[in-house]
Design a protein around this ligand. Sequence first.
Ligand SMILES: *[C@@H]1O[C@H](CO)[C@@H](O)[C@H](O)[C@H]1NC(C)=O
Ligand SMILES: *[C@@H]1O[C@H](CO)[C@@H](O)[C@H](O)[C@H]1NC(C)=O
Length: 200
Amino acid sequence: MICRILLLIILTSCVSGSFVVNVTQTSYQAENSHKITLEWTFTTNPDRSTKTLNILCELFISDKSSVLYHVHEGVEVSESQDEKFSGRVQSDKDALREGRIRLQLSRLRTDDSGLYLCEVNTDYGFSVGRCRLNVTCFHTSNLQTVSPQPESRESQHIVGLSLVLSVLALVVICAVLCLVGIRKRKQTLTSVSEMKPIRT
Ligand SMILES: *[C@@H]1O[C@H](CO)[C@@H](O)[C@H](O)[C@H]1NC(C)=O
Ligand SMILES: *[C@@H]1O[C@H](CO)[C@@H](O)[C@H](O)[C@H]1NC(C)=O
């Protein structure tokens, strides 16, 4: 696979500079479960039909490659897409006509991190554009201690808070009851002394 990348790089530098594939960003940073749009631009030729357009976008991680987008003779080929990306890649067909490959990758996972390469092959030129994606775990940078899930920590906080609140409420209720009790006792004491003659 590394040989293939090298070959592509060599091929790109050999082919005349009139046809290019650019990246709008050389590196992307995203969080787990979020989405991101990777974008490449390539030289268009209004005189040529889109039937001659071939695109292959792949993710390279060390020695493995997975296809995320494939256009063969102007038509998207979903069958060649790696199941890793199944249902998670959305392409922008209008942008494609203007020479922009816009791929929205959703439900990002940390193993989506790596080198993304798009080869564009037309009858008027061939080139490759590459960018890097780094998907990090949600909020990992904010956690100081090793905690399995930030949510569980949050819920612990909530449980703690509600415990404190209920204790406070109990104290208040007790205080109110005590006050009411003292008043009632005073009242009953006075009423008992008044009622004594009626009861007996
Ligand atoms: C590619 O980038 C170069 C340099 O920034 C720019 O001159 C050229 O117009 C770009 N081509 C495309 C097709 O995006
Ligand atoms: C990915 O992002 C994290 C967090 O910003 C950073 O620590 C790490 O070095 C990055 N990895 C790469 C390969 O860029």
